[in-house]
Design a protein around this ligand. Structure first.
Ligand code: AMP
Length: 208
């Protein structure tokens, strides 16, 4: 089994959903920079205060804040790790390469129109970070998390205008990582459309 996996792909491509399933079924430690940053914002830590304005605008949080945070979390993690939302720039990828070898960069490919519908109809759990879609993956009770019972919310950055900016930021800053990992021979691209379980079956084949 691959021990260090980077999940690539635009916002809304299913990195969180597939990463969570890999962690539940195959025991990986999933490290999501987005989840960590949202928690820091909620707890109003120094990092959270610095990150908030960038996140609200759909922009990237500066590399120096993210690289330090991830270095520490990766060093603490035991066993296989899945990096969800990191790296998002070539500078972050270079910093990661200094710390460990990436065995697999799994790229989930989804087109823009689909991403916009997914993100604007996404609802998230502030407590356990589970995600739902109002149409394709609705919670059993409207507005309530199936997993932990907390009230679901719409992330501020899932509103349409911010979503468009996030997609632009993705194209400019993160898409170059497809060539970056392609050049290292670790890239696998999977079409991220279809049912969650069908996509997961393909993901598992690549990981195992
Ligand atoms: P996500 O939940 O992965 O969509 O991340 C939400 C937001 O957190 C992004 O739009 C960025 O503002 C910020 N963020 C998450 N990961 C990174 C990263 N690796 N580098 C810079 N900003 C990040």
């Amino acid at each position: 089994m691959k021990s260090t996996i980077v999940l690539l792909g635009p916002p809304g491509s299913g990195k969180g959903t597939q990463g969570e399933k890999l962690s539940e079924e195959l025991g990986y430690v999933r490290l999501s920079t987005g989840d960590m940053l949202r928690e820091a914002v909620r707890n109003q830590t120094e990092l959270g205060k610095k990150a908030k304005e960038f996140m609200d605008a759909g922009a990237l949080v500066p590399n120096d804040l993210i690289i330090g945070l991830m270095k520490e979390k990766i060093a603490q993690a035991k066993g296989g790790v899945i990096l969800d939302g990191f790296p998002r720039t070539v500078e972050q990828a270079d910093a990661l390469a200094e710390q460990l070898d990436v065995d697999l960069a799994l790229n989930l490919d989804v087109d823009d129109e689909e991403l916009i519908t997914r993100l604007t109809k996404r609802r998230s759990c502030p407590q356990c970070n589970a995600v739902y879609h109002l149409v394709y993956n609705a919670p059993k009770t409207e507005g309530v998390c199936d997993k932990c019972g907390s009230a679901l919310y719409q992330r501020d950055d899932d509103k349409e205008e911010t979503v468009r900016n996030r997609l632009k930021v993705y194209r400019e800053n993160t898409m170059p990582l497809i060539d970056y990992y392609g050049g290292k021979g670790t890239l696998v691209t999977i079409k991220g459309v279809g049912s969650i379980d069908d996509i997961f079956a393909q993901v598992k084949k690549v990981v195992e």
